[in-house]
Write a protein that binds this ligand. Structure first.
Ligand code: ADP
Ligand code: MG
Length: 398
């Protein structure tokens, strides 16, 4: 574990009075029908915003939302509903800027939320031209998006390289400090629970994660890929056919280390992906080609609960089913409750994981709730996060 403490500037180290401060936040929250349905991430970002305002800055907020196609406006990925919620929570005006790359009119004491950075061409590829263009809009860049610190993109790593001054916001700083300490010497056995939908990114994390943890349990698209890798039919489930080999390698690796990755014994399936889909419990060898696995089954949930009960440290990222739909929420609820009941030191992270923890009302009983999913897993792996590396380089130049 690299010591992440204090190799970068913090917002508190910088005089922001009268300055144009651009803050990269992670306001990637679920939005349905133009309304924010879980504002945990917004609330986590407020201390940084308040600190900059209090210091007398002109505050420009950046974030991504979802995964829209670059260069194309897409209403469903617009941050406009998020601006409304930030304004509500802050209790002061937050102006929404749909078009902002060419310049923003702003005075100290004002707050502007810029439209989704992922609408800009070159964001994902970390294009230097785009990062420079954003850097020109500000005097100080504050990176406070822990959830995207593991991605080298124009508004994260790129901006940190090109901005006149670059520092870490309070949320990023807290996450790095607390997680760094918690993961330095974890109590054993250490269990990781990995689920969710981002199969390809998470599967590659698992490859090194498996060397750090004593046990691993899976759900969601990761589990489906492992189920397919074990030779079972997964029908129309979310999984990565291209990663079957990698998944088989993972299963082998776990065996070589004297452990195993238990594959769900039973699952909940449906013929369509919807809130009204009719659920059916199936043994793992009974899945029909036109079915989708949308949750772990009751037997699996109970065996996961006993594994969870035996752990001394728990790392959880990713819901084990489509918990947003009541018929497929039981698996994730059971995992959430087992984690909450356990006496282990528990850390959970990830946007949707946070939403699940909120929904099942267990946040009080989880020791540390991180806003990062992928970033959090990469820290557990012991990796350095690219945006943090850029902040450290900026601090050495300062
Ligand atoms: P996090 O944000 O916590 O890192 P992800 O973004 O990777 O997690 O995935 C969360 C999403 O995964 C949830 O919206 C959930 O509905 C979905 N999901 C979980 N299990 C399945 C499944 N079996 N099939 C399809 N989607 C799933
Ligand atoms: Mg997510």
């Amino acid at each position: 574990m690299p010591d992440p403490v204090a190799n970068y500037l913090r917002l508190g180290d910088v005089d922001v009075a009268g300055k144009r401060v651009m803050m990269r936040l992670d306001l990637n929250v679920p939005v349905e029908g133009g309304r924010v349905t879980s504002d945990v991430r917004i609330r986590e970002a407020l201390p940084g915003i308040r600190q900059a305002l209090h210091g007398g800055a002109a505050v420009m907020l950046l974030s991504h939302l979802g995964r829209p196609t670059e260069g194309q406006f897409d209403e469903s990925a617009s941050l406009r509903p998020v601006a409304a919620r930030v304004q509500e929570l802050l209790g002061r005006e937050v102006r929404f800027e749909k078009v902002w790359l060419d310049g923003i009119d702003i005075e100290p004491g004002e707050i502007v939320l810029c439209e989704n950075v992922r609408f800009n061409k070159g964001e994902k590829a970390n294009d230097d031209g785009l990062a420079r263009q954003m850097a020109e809009l500000c005097d100080i860049f504050v990176m406070d998006a822990f959830g995207t610190a593991h991605r080298a993109q124009a508004s994260t790593e790129g901006l940190a390289r090109f901005a006149p001054v670059a520092c870490a916001g309070p949320l990023l700083d807290r996450e790095l400090t607390v997680l760094g300490k918690a993961l330095a010497q974890p109590e054993r056995p250490m269990l990781a629970i990995v689920g969710g939908a981002k199969v390809s990114t998470k599967l590659s994390v698992l490859d090194s994660l498996i060397e750090k943890v004593d046990e691993l349990i899976v759900g969601g698209g990761i589990a489906n890929t492992l189920i397919a890798a074990a030779g079972y039919e997964v029908g129309r489930s979310l999984f990565e056919p291209d990663l079957i080999n990698e998944a088989q390698g993972l299963i082998r690796k776990a065996h070589e280390r004297g452990g195993s990755i238990p594959i769900p014994a039973d699952v909940v399936v449906a013929r369509e992906f919807s809130a009204t889909a009719k659920p059916a419990v199936r043994s793992i060898d009974e899945i029909a080609p036109d079915e989708m696995i949308l949750d772990i089954g009751p037997l699996t949930a109970s065996s996961y609960s006993s594994i969870i009960a035996g752990a001394a440290t728990i790392i959880w990222n990713g819901p084990v089913g489509v918990f947003e739909f009541e018929a497929f929420a039981a698996g994730t609820r059971s995992v959430a409750e087992a984690v909450a009941r356990s006496s282990a030191f528990s850390i959970a992270g990830g946007g949707d994981t946070l939403a699940a923890i909120e929904k099942f009302d267990v946040s009080e009983d989880i020791d540390y709730v991180s806003t990062g999913g992928g970033a959090f897993l990469e820290l557990v792996e012991g990796k350095e996060l690219p945006a943090v590396v850029a902040l450290e380089a900026a601090a050495r130049k300062a």
